[in-house]
Design a protein around this ligand. Structure first.
Ligand SMILES: Cc1cc2nc3c(=O)[nH]c(=O)nc-3n(C[C@H](O)[C@H](O)[C@H](O)COP(=O)(O)OP(=O)(O)OC[C@H]3O[C@@H](n4cnc5c(N)ncnc54)[C@H](O)[C@@H]3O)c2cc1C
Length: 411
């Protein structure tokens, strides 16, 4: 160990590396039953931050499915998240130049909403406030895991905080350090990578007409375009989150346009269903690719979140799938405890993988199929594609013929 003294050992049942959306969700789910440490490179959100939260025009957001909502309800966090969530009450799907348009409606399905769109920062605020309130949970932030070694008796993690390096011993180490996980790589846990050669252009857009909870998905041969409802800004501006998929060169050209030209190009493509588009926030371009760990568990170690699978944002499924993984891991560990098994034993972790493998295969397979069916004129493929931007899970409870049709391909 260089550059700092090595402090005494600290022992935990579970050490989680990464306090991002996934690591923090798992910590909240495990803290009642286990002694848990979370190690996060960035500082936690300030105490009391939720009370002072102001939505910012450019914040990135995530579409939460109803299964994710149920998970947060069980943790007692949903009421707080809901305060700054926009409900998706209708989904308007249209395919330019092919079959007309289709509307999915929450009322018709007997649901309060088909899903919710929430700013990531707000979810983070609520989760970090949750971490503060949990007994049995120690958060080290800002602190960084420097190395990990796995032994027969457990896993040892070296953590640097304020220039001091401490050793943490874990019965189970959860690596939730994001895509291209440095720690998984250091253990030799490999990742597959597939580039779709399409880019998603993401920006928040203000418009004249209120969205009334409508999400729009519009398809063209060049790629799909979605506008998802967001909560209004404090100034009362109506906003939606744009996801616009295009070939890389076209995405780069459009992203480089002056703001007014950009809005003009978008207006031409999207039309006037939300009235005149009045403002575009900063534009981000994401190459669409799939990253997937080929080895998700080994004795004493499990990969979660983007470290385990990172899907392209078009499917809007990455976080929702990870939340289902988190819930399944928490249940598997509770069952192991009741059976007197070690939380980090390979048999227990393989149970978790078995439990989630169908869901992972299905969700990853579906999001992987999306880029291939863009531009396809085949009706069933086109339907599946139409449902793709927001993701099948948002639709899962919906019982319309359209949804049943599409899920035939997805399940
Ligand atoms: C544009 C876009 C839109 C998306 N939209 C949706 C959507 O609508 N619905 C959906 O379900 N998903 C969506 N996703 C996916 C979603 O954002 C991810 O699934 C989610 O952010 C993954 O979280 P994570 O906690 O695994 O990783 P991260 O958010 O990357 O967190 C990893 C954390 O680990 C910390 N860390 C890393 N290394 C160390 C270390 N050595 N020591 C300590 N800490 C460390 C980092 O600081 C970070 O906080 C979208 C993704 C993108 C890019």
């Amino acid at each position: 160990v260089d550059g700092g003294a090595l402090m005494n050992d600290q022992r935990y049942d579970v050490v989680i590396v990464g306090g991002g959306l996934v690591g923090a969700s798992l910590a909240c789910a495990l803290a009642q039953a286990w002694r848990v440490a979370v190690i996060e490179s960035f500082p936690l959100m300030r105490a009391g931050a939720p009370a002072q939260y102001q939505p910012s025009f450019d914040a990135r957001s995530t579409a939460l499915s109803l299964s994710t909502v149920r998970f947060f309800e069980q943790l007692g966090l949903w009421q707080a998240i809901r305060r700054n969530a926009a409900s998706i009450r209708h989904i308007h799907v249209s395919d330019r130049g092919r079959f007309g348009s289709v509307m999915l409606d929450a009322d018709e399905e007997g649901l309060e909403a088909l899903g919710y769109v929430v700013e990531n920062q707000w979810i983070g605020n609520v989760l970090h406030e949750g971490l503060r309130r949990c007994a049995g949970l120690d958060v080290f932030a800002p602190a960084s895991v420097e190395s990990v070694s796995v032994h027969a008796a457990g896993t040892r993690v070296l953590v640097r905080q304020d220039g001091t390096v401490s050793a943490f011993d874990a019965r189970l180490l959860v690596i939730a350090d994001g895509a291209r996980s440095g720690l998984a790589a250091s253990l030799g846990m490999q990742t597959e990578h597939k580039d779709y050669e399409q880019h998603a252009l993401i920006a928040n857009i203000a418009h004249r007409k209120p969205h009334h909870g409508r999400a729009f998905e519009r398809f063209t041969n060049a790629g799909p375009l979605a506008m998802l409802p967001l909560i209004d800004t404090p100034e009362g501006e109506s906003r939606s989150a744009l996801v616009w998929v295009q070939p890389p060169a076209e995405a780069a050209r459009v992203a480089g346009l002056e703001p007014q030209q950009f809005l003009g190009a978008l207006q031409q493509r999207f039309g006037y269903r939300l009235g005149r588009l009045t403002r575009a926030g900063s534009v981000h371009v994401y190459p669409l690719s799939l990253l997937r760990a080929t080895e998700q568990v080994r004795s004493g170690v499990v990969l979660l979140g983007n470290a385990a699978h990172s899907l392209h944002p078009v499917a809007g499924q990455g976080f929702n799938l990870s939340v289902r993984d988190v819930a399944a891991l928490a249940e598997t560990l509770a069952a192991a405890r009741a059976a007197g098994q070690e939380p980090g034993s390979l048999a227990v972790l393989q149970d978790f993988v078995r439990r989630q493998s169908f869901d992972q295969e299905r969700t990853i397979g579906f999001s992987d199929a999306l880029p291939r069916v863009f531009g396809s004129g085949l009706l069933p493929l086109a339907l599946a594609r139409d449902l793709g931007l927001i993701g099948m899970d948002v639709f899962a409870p919906a019982r319309s013929v359209l949804v049943r049709h599409a899920t035939g391909l997805m399940v």
